[in-house]
Design a protein around this ligand. Structure first.
Ligand code: HEM
Length: 440
């Protein structure tokens, strides 16, 4: 009520029918045709007012043009150099699994909310690549950073911020906007401190992490007196904030959904644990085990499909005029590729709204890829952390299930576990408690 009233008053002087033309892409075929077959035309990013406030047009997620192209290319190659998708990140993730399991072990099978611990673990994997170090889960500065990111991502999906995107002059009047701006500034300051420390000990001959590689590239360009390079402080700070946020909440929430599904559907958990015992036994799980674990792989894919954590992707924008499926769409039109409509497309999935790992298995139990599996989106703007995220999900999920049995708290029945997502820009499970009962 308090929110609606002032808007109504203020809007009397302006046209409130909506100022921006928007196209919503729905269903697997349409989304794929647009993002893949017309990758260039549908590959711009719509930088809504809130995303502009948080990034000022820099970084990777909410930028366009040559700066975006250069930052995306640099991030992809540098993340790969520092381990994304290879043995180096496998080692870092396995190390983090141990810390995560230790934390769960300390709960001695009693009910607890695993959300923050899981986010710390996911955050440490990307931190190791970005800064060359992990943080202690009890480190208050690290805790505050992760919690601020969590809160910001939730706030971006709230009604008042969505309204702010239409009426940006409301900004400072909205509490959620003020909290968001405070969080963004605080995290920027924290990351700047980390970057200053790395700068002081930088050895361009021996880069330790993403930040070192960026600083070295910047130095080299300055020495060659190249003007107007995209390697400036703003692009560094916003690329780092983007990767830190994009790499934490997404993987963390998917893992939380996975454990919740296992507690709710114990017969699926039985089958994952049976496969783990048969293929891995009691030794450490490795990425190469995945090809021998089709059932577990299917369960992880099904978790991503049903959890559908980025339901509207991140808004796109047409980069030029395009005629698509008989419609003329002008350059600069906002485009929402509804990933939810792809992941739950009734013409693609046998049981779109229920947890069913068979979506990814053939009659013989062999893993099968499905084209409509698109949680990382597709085309020019597709997630650049996909290979890291997939490795994290497999190693964290299997290591946890090898060590623990996940159950509802005593007195709570499986069917009482609530799968209603908490609304936010990313869909996370509603706050809940589970028990992690040691199997050893
Ligand atoms: C389960 C985990 C993840 C999911 C489901 C996910 C999903 C997505 C989605 C749907 C997009 C938007 C694509 C579009 O606009 O069409 C995206 C973009 C992006 N993701 Fe991820 N992501 C995950 C993990 C990660 C990780 C671990 C990183 C960092 C290493 C990352 C970095 C990014 C970046 C930088 C973009 C922006 C790409 C651009 O605008 O060019 N993501 N992701």
């Amino acid at each position: 009520h308090t929110l609606i009233e002032p808007i109504y008053e203020l809007s009397e002087t302006m046209d409130i029918r909506g100022q921006k033309k928007t196209v919503v892409l729905a269903g697997y075929r349409t989304v794929k045709r647009a993002l893949v077959n017309h990758a260039e035309e549908f590959g711009g990013r719509e930088v809504t007012p809130i995303f502009y406030d948080c990034n000022k047009g820099h970084g990777i997620l909410f930028s366009n043009g040559d700066s975006w192209k250069e930052m995306r290319r640099f991030a992809l190659t540098t993340l790969r150099d520092f381990g994304m998708g290879n043995k180096v990140s496998e080692g870092k993730i396995i190390e983090e699994c141990h810390y995560l399991m230790e934390e769960f072990e300390q709960r001695e099978g009693k009910p607890f909310n695993n959300a923050l611990t899981i986010h710390y673990a996911a955050s440490n994997v990307i931190s190791a690549i970005m800064f060359g170090k992990r943080f202690e889960y009890k480190d208050p500065v690290f805790q505050a950073m992760v919690e601020r990111d969590n809160e910001s991502i939730r706030l971006i999906g709230t009604a008042s911020i969505l309204i702010y995107n239409v009426f940006p002059w409301l900004g400072p009047r909205l509490k959620n906007w003020r909290v968001l701006m405070k969080n963004v500034e605080a995290n920027k300051e924290e990351l700047k401190r980390i970057i200053v420390d790395l700068k002081e000990t930088l050895n361009p001959e021996m880069c330790r992490c993403f930040v070192d590689a960026f600083l070295t590239r910047k130095l080299n360009l300055e020495e060659s007196e190249i003007q107007d390079s995209h390697y400036h402080d703003d692009n560094l700070i916003y690329s780092v904030t983007n990767l830190f946020a994009a790499g934490t909440d997404t993987t963390g929430n998917t893992l939380k959904w996975g454990l919740l599904f296992m507690a709710k559907y114990p017969h699926f958990q039985d089958q994952v644990q049976e496969e783990l015992s048969r293929v891995v036994g009691s030794r450490e799980v490795r990425v190469e085990d995945r090809k021998n674990m089709p059932y577990t792989d299917a369960v992880i894919h099904e978790t991503q499909r049903l959890a559908n954590i980025v339901p509207m992707a991140i808004p796109h924008k047409t980069s030029r005029d395009v005629t698509f499926q008989g419609f003329f769409i002008e350059e600069g039109t906002t485009v929402f590729p509804l990933l939810t409509s792809v992941l739950h497309d009734e013409s693609e999935w046998e049981s779109p709204n229920s947890f069913n790992p068979s979506h990814f298995l053939d009659r013989e139990g062999t893993f099968i890829r499905r084209d409509a599996f698109m949680p990382f989106s597709a085309g020019r703007r597709a997630c650049l952390g996909e290979s890291l995220a997939r490795m994290e999900l497999f190693l964290f999920f299997t290591s946890l299930l090898q060590r623990f049995r996940f159950t509802p708290p005593p007195g709570v029945k499986e069917e009482e576990l609530d799968l209603t997502p908490a609304v936010g820009f990313i869909l996370s499970p509603s706050p809940h408690e589970l028990c992690a009962v040691s199997r050893q």
